[in-house]
Design a protein around this ligand. Structure first.
Ligand code: UDX
Length: 473
């Protein structure tokens, strides 16, 4: 009997990976021949049900099913950047045995596994059951390439760092010579000890990724062609299918399907900021957001606020609940009167925004971002120059590439004082506005071309779907 292609998708239970994998799942659903089971942790599924239309959106696909597993953490445990290790360990210890059961006993036989690149346990399960495994690494490929170079960096004695000079150049990441300083390596490279659990995890990830049948990446040739060439030497079968959010829109348009709101937000989006944006002049507003995991101290929070106000630029700022360390979710910080008065004049603050819509709004002229990979790609697609304030993992690499390689903005890493913020905001929004907007527009065109008929990401998605259809267990 001919088996129906059936993909089991399991993302890392965080906003960025869940967002990417849901988009990939929806793309598969548009191909009626592929069945999809999407595995979320109970915590993530509940938040998606609370704050998005996923139930209605996916109900119309008869070949799609959600299923859930516990993540091993108490319900009230915060799930921010400081908890990342706990989150990964929870999945490994509690969710992965249930995932294995599911793969073995699924009513409809699973023919392909697609899981986050950090889930090293999936290799053994795939081998045991004899099912092809594709890793989807939703971080940036430039970041992933530095992860894979960690053993080389250790061998060359470049990490742990000798001495305190974070500006020293790093030479052991092939293709990045002359670009990367120590401070641009992923944040975990700053650990004084090679036994740090995250470094050990990353080394393990590198060994496992090459054992999968393929690697899916959210990027496009026009942006990261040289990095993709490097990565192919490790993992020959790469599907570079990004930017996924516009790949999705392009596919819906090509099938004459409505391009309705497709939020996968884990927080409630405050739509009132769209009305506020409608009232602002073209390209006049700086969007400020540090994503779903990054945090800042109270002191940094005030430096940000002073920098923004002193720059005299209009701003839309996402202050995510729980993102300021030491400030309880419903507690207010004592904000000096001059800040709140100026904000009333030319600022708008929300707790979570419809970011894709915000970045596409004509009044947005810049993005002060933590350089998460989704945010970076979303900004690139909409031709919005960036000021980067990276928090951790691949973000340090992404911000270096934005500032130094793609030249789409400025890198503010490791600095957080009001004078620097004011200066950089003025540079991006006024002094070098035309220069940055010109380059951003060019990269945006390349992104759009990549998902258009015959573009590189368009072709890679077709190849991925064809390969999945041909996979037999
Ligand atoms: C995590 C990692 O920290 C990052 O380094 C990695 O590249 C991806 O996963 P995260 O904080 O989730 O990053 O940032 P990002 O990848 O940028 O994803 C955030 C998502 O939330 C984006 O898709 C963005 O559109 C969305 N978002 C953010 C909103 O919808 N509204 C907001 O107000 C803020």
């Amino acid at each position: 009997m001919e088996l129906i292609p059936h993909v089991l998708i399991f993302p890392l239970p965080l906003q960025g990976p869940v967002n990417c994998m849901l988009k990939l799942a929806q793309l598969f659903c548009l191909h009626q021949e592929i069945h999809v089971t999407f595995l979320n942790t109970e915590h993530i599924q509940q938040r998606l049900l609370n704050f998005t239309d996923i139930q209605i959106r996916f109900e119309k696909y008869p070949n799609f099913k959600f299923t859930t597993v516990p993540d091993g953490l108490p319900e009230d445990n915060p799930r921010n950047g400081e908890q990342i290790r706990k989150i990964i360990e929870g999945v490994e210890e509690v969710s992965s045995p249930l995932f294995r059961e599911m793969v073995i006993n699924c009513e409809k036989p699973v023919t392909c596994l697609i899981v986050d690149g950090i889930f090293t346990f999936a290799v053994d399960i795939a081998k045991e059951v004899g099912i092809p495994l594709l890793y989807f690494d939703t971080i940036s490929p430039c970041g992933l390439w530095t992860y894979l170079a960690v053993p080389k960096l250790i061998e060359a004695g470049e990490i742990p760092f000798q001495g305190n000079d974070l500006d020293a150049l790093v030479n052991s990441v092939p293709g990045m010579e002359g670009i990367m300083r120590r401070r641009d390596l992923p944040s975990f490279c700053r650990a004084p000890d090679l036994n740090s659990p995250i470094i050990q995890l990353v080394i393990k990830e590198g060994k496992h990724i090459v054992q999968a049948q393929g690697l899916i990446l959210n990027t496009f040739e026009g942006l990261e062609g040289p990095i993709l060439s490097q990565l192919r030497a490790h993992c020959p079968n790469i599907y570079a299918i990004g930017p996924l959010h516009i790949q999705m829109k392009a596919k819906l348009a090509s099938q004459c399907l409505p391009n309705t709101a497709m939020s996968n937000s884990l927080w409630k989006e405050d739509m009132s900021c769209m009305d506020w944006l409608d009232k602002q002049p073209k390209r006049s507003v700086l969007f400020v957001s540090i994503g779903s995991l990054a945090t800042m101290s109270k002191a940094q929070f005030l430096e940000f606020w002073y920098g923004l106000v002193n720059s005299k630029t209009r701003f839309l700022w996402v202050q995510r609940p729980g993102s300021i360390i030491g400030l309880e979710e419903n507690n207010n910080i004592n904000v000096p009167i001059e800040l709140s008065e100026s904000t009333k004049e030319r600022g708008c603050i929300v707790s979570w925004a419809p970011q894709e819509e915000v970045l596409a709004h004509p009044s947005i002229g810049g993005f002060l971002t933590h350089s998460g990979w989704n945010s970076t790609l979303e900004s690139i697609v909409d031709g919005v120059p960036m000021i980067c304030w990276p928090y951790f993992v691949d973000q340090q690499v992404n911000s270096r590439y934005v500032g130094e390689v793609w030249k789409l903005g400025l890198d503010m890493k490791d600095v957080c004082d009001r004078a620097t913020i004011e200066r950089m905001v003025r540079e991006v929004m006024e002094l070098r506005k035309i220069e940055f907007l010109g380059r951003a527009k060019h990269m945006s065109k390349l992104a759009i071309a990549s998902v258009s008929d015959g573009g590189s990401s368009y072709q890679d998605l077709d190849r991925l779907i064809e390969d999945i259809r041909l996979m037999k267990i």
